[in-house]
Design a protein around this ligand. Structure first.
Ligand SMILES: [Zn+2]
Length: 368
């Protein structure tokens, strides 16, 4: 693929829900896509509707019994206790819901489609992807299947041998790291909040030399992200000379997000996206976490603008403002919402001092 970037989405993310109490029971992908269109940032020829991955495709990474159990859960809308335990579905934030198979399988189908499109090079964005916690035989952290792993496996199947996975979600990209531990064809780098679930991803956690982890402390700001990017992420790219980069661009490290203590603006994530664009002939940008509908929609819409060389820090159009005013969030009941969630796309930059612990992390990482 050459030419303009492609955007992959699906209406399934608008019409399905994890259940009204779940943190993911908010518009995310649908809101980002609506905002992109309302900003006039999408040439419809760039858009592709996501196919759904088949059980056979999922079996490239996932256990067949587990895939069958998720399919059965979708059919029955119920999981027997023994399976709940074994597969971690119907509990621990991985609820049984009407599209428990179809929705995550669609995210995987989108990522696999992206890899096909990238065969000859280019840029693809699939904000529904990034389910980085999924395990071969069990759900984990709201992730039933692991689309980044399936995408990387598809790249390896194409014969690629230098793949760089960068994960800026607030949570450690444990499922992807562990899937490629000791595999020298895949290097995974994760920047995440220290001491937060799943509690893995310490600086010394190297997965046999194929991973690098940068656990950052609460309050992590834009200047610190830029510092780690310039001092670690880019030099690693220069050393690896990757044939493909996958970026998991979870939006839960943003200051407006309720699920982490990180203090980033969306500009910090856009800088990462922009910085990776010319580091490999193939770039796949995925979504990930993100639990405030306004911060997710604005961040992920802006990612698409950046990929297309459009200035994302422009004022929203009247149509875009209408999209933002139309979003809902159960957590906002009785609370005054900040006006900038409706009237801007770009957050104010959250630049501050680069703290010593962040400098020490970079120094340690580059010695490894
Ligand atoms: Zn996360």
């Amino acid at each position: 693929m050459t030419g303009k970037p492609h955007l992959i989405g699906s209406e399934i993310y608008r019409t399905s829900s994890y259940g009204h109490r779940h943190p993911l029971a908010i518009p995310r992908v649908s809101a980002a896509l609506d905002l992109i269109r309302a900003m006039g940032w999408l040439d419809e020829r760039q858009y592709l509707d996501s196919p759904r991955a088949t059980p056979e495709q999922l079996a490239r990474f996932h256990d067949r019994e587990y895939i069958a159990a998720v399919l059965q859960a979708e059919a029955d809308q119920h999981v027997p206790a023994e399976r709940r335990e074994r597969y971690n579905i119907g509990r621990n934030g991985n609820p049984v819901f009407p599209e428990i198979f179809s929705r995550p399988a669609t995210a995987c189908g989108g990522t696999l489609k992206a890899i096909e499109l990238l065969r000859e090079g280019g840029i693809v964005y699939s904000p529904a992807g990034g389910t980085h916690h999924g395990r071969p035989g069990r759900a984990s952290g709201f992730c039933y299947f692991n689309d980044p792993v399936l995408g990387i496996l598809a790249l390896l199947d194409q014969g690629l041998t230098r793949i760089y996975y960068v994960d800026v979600d607030a949570h450690h990209g444990d499922g992807v790291q562990d899937a490629f531990a000791c595999d020298d064809r895949v290097f995974t780098l994760s920047i995440h909040e220290d001491g937060r679930w799943p509690y893995s991803g310490a600086i010394g956690d190297r997965a046999g030399g194929s991973a690098l982890n940068l656990p950052v402390s609460a309050g992590f700001n834009d200047s610190e992200m830029a510092f780690l990017f310039d001092e670690v992420v880019l030099p690693k790219a220069a050393r690896l000379r990757p044939e493909a980069i996958l970026l998991q661009c979870g939006a839960d490290g943003l200051a407006d997000d309720p699920m982490s203590g990180l203090d980033l603006s969306n500009r910090a994530l856009w800088r990462v996206v922009k910085g990776l664009v010319d580091q490999a002939p193939r770039l796949l940008v995925l979504g990930g976490g993100g639990y405030n509908p306004w911060s997710v929609a604005r961040c992920w819409a802006g990612v698409w603008a950046v990929l297309n060389g459009i200035d994302s820090a422009t004022a929203p159009t009247p149509e875009a403002t209408a999209v933002l005013r139309g979003l809902w969030w159960s957590r906002n009941r009785g609370r005054e919402l900040p006006e900038h969630w409706f009237t801007t796309i770009a957050d104010a930059a959250r630049d501050s001092m680069v703290r010593d612990d962040v400098r020490a992390l970079a120094a340690a990482a580059m010695c490894m």
